[in-house]
Design a protein around this ligand. Structure first.
Ligand code: HPA
Length: 273
């Protein structure tokens, strides 16, 4: 795996010599953030050796290198999910690649279903912690000591310092950001109402089908991680609704201004750390 990552990194460096500071993964419907990137170099996932192509609609599948507020970034527009049938190792390949390119901070974003009754569709939520309900872990198998320890600490999987910065940025923007625990499920089905109740009992505030593997792999690598969930719908059974991927993308579109401002200003601050 390490060799594949090195080859992929070499390919990217051959297109643009770059050492990004901050990596960003854009979730469902949140891809428009790429408009904010200056000096863009766009590399389709297809062109990168050993990189799997995403099969999900609304996920573009491109790596964008460039600058946000003067900070060098590497942005993954479109992510890979375990429910696509990919081994966890493939799901976290992109995050590991960004680490080899040189990022020290990773911002993960996603669309999620709200479980905490104080949340509503359109809310942005800072991820404080996660619960892995995927029944899988990307670090299963022999450990590569070059990448990180066998038993990584997950006490501060979402970096409190980064979260404090994002809270301060939100406040300055006049936006009251929520905080919560992200429950990561395998999908691709949305949850049943009984599952939503179970996740609430377990301490989950929102639920989604991504982010957890990437957070685990990034902590293993020693990266500082933070995450933002965009609540696109309430979890099944909370309100009368049928869940559709199109509606979820539409809600994400509506919060783009907030999302973009939060990300822009936070990345600027992360670049100064
Ligand atoms: N459940 C799981 N994943 C999701 C949801 C949901 O309700 N909404 C957006 N992603």
């Amino acid at each position: 795996m390490y060799e594949k990552l090195s080859k992929a990194a070499q390919y990217i460096q051959s297109i643009k010599a770059t050492k990004p500071r901050v990596g960003v993964v854009l979730g469902s419907g949140l891809g428009i953030f790429v408009d904010q990137i200056e000096d863009k170099t766009i590399i389709p996932y297809n062109d990168i050796p050993f990189f799997k192509k995403t099969t999900v609609e609304g996920h573009e599948g491109r790596l964008i290198l460039g600058k946000v507020k003067g900070v060098e970034v590497a942005v993954l527009q479109g992510r890979l999910h375990a429910y696509e049938g990919l081994p966890m190792e493939e799901v976290v390949f992109p995050v590991r690649l960004l680490s080899i390119l040189g990022i020290s901070t990773l911002v993960l974003t996603n669309a999620a279903g709200g479980i905490n009754l104080n949340f509503k569709p359109g809310d942005l939520v800072l991820i404080q912690d996660h619960i892995n309900l995927m029944g899988k872990n990307p670090l299963i198998g022999p450990n590569n000591n070059q990448m990180g320890p066998r038993f990584p600490d997950m006490s501060h999987a979402y970096n409190p310092e980064l979260n404090d910065i994002m809270k301060a940025v939100s406040k300055n923007l006049g936006y009251n950001i929520q905080e919560g625990v992200y429950a990561g499920v395998l999908g691709p089905t949305y949850e049943t109402p009984a599952e939503i109740k179970m996740i609430r009992t377990l301490g989950g505030d929102m639920v989604g089908m991504s982010t957890v593997p990437e957070t685990i792999a990034a902590n293993h690598l020693g990266l500082k991680v933070c995450g933002i969930s965009c609540i696109t719908n309430m979890g099944a059974g909370i309100v009368k609704q049928t869940l559709k991927h199109e509606d979820i993308k539409e809600v994400a579109m509506k919060v783009m201004d907030h999302f973009t401002a939060l990300l822009n200003h936070s990345i600027e601050k992360f670049g100064q750390m």
